[in-house]
Ligand binder design. Structure first.
Ligand code: ATP
Length: 136
């Protein structure tokens, strides 16, 4: 089956894959070949594509997933390949956002800090390799 990950800027990924695991607003789910058609809103998280014995990871920051006719289309605000993520930058962003959350005086500040934390955590998960880091 095919996986396409598209942002308004570019096609981030467009290849044949064997399985897809992602994070919807109602939780994580997977799609294997033959899955019934599905449409789901995505959370800020990691999308994993299994290709044979290997796996590719991407951040997918919100948007929508549609699966039908053995094609999975993800239209998302921001998507980054794990390989392109700067780990140190994500760690800094995480620390900064946690500090902001602690000091947030308004609800809107807290919401923004929480979103920044979710982005940074997704980036670290997509960047790090190994089975122990595969959980989203
Ligand atoms: P930061 O505070 O480090 O900028 P952020 O969460 O505010 O993090 P975003 O606004 O989500 O950053 O992204 C801005 C741009 O920077 C996007 O193009 C995004 O792909 C890129 N970007 C952000 N963090 C990283 C990272 N850790 N590694 C690679 N690219 C990143």
């Amino acid at each position: 089956m095919k996986l396409k990950i598209i942002t308004q800027e570019k096609v981030v990924f467009d290849e044949e894959v064997d399985a897809i695991y992602t994070k919807g607003i109602d939780g994580e789910f997977g799609i294997l070949q033959g899955h019934i058609p599905v449409m789901s809103a995505l959370d800020i998280g990691v999308t994993r594509a299994k290709i044979g014995n290997s796996e590719k990871k991407f951040t997918t920051m919100g948007g929508i997933l549609q699966f039908k006719d053995e094609e999975c289309l993800i239209l998302t605000t921001l998507a980054e390949s794990g390989e392109d993520i700067d780990e140190a930058r994500a760690r800094d962003a995480l620390e900064r956002a946690k500090r902001r959350l602690k000091n947030a005086e308004a609800r809107i500040d807290a919401k923004r800090a929480e979103a920044a934390i979710a982005r940074a955590e997704a980036r670290l998960k997509a960047r790090l390799s190994g089975e122990s880091n595969l959980k989203m």
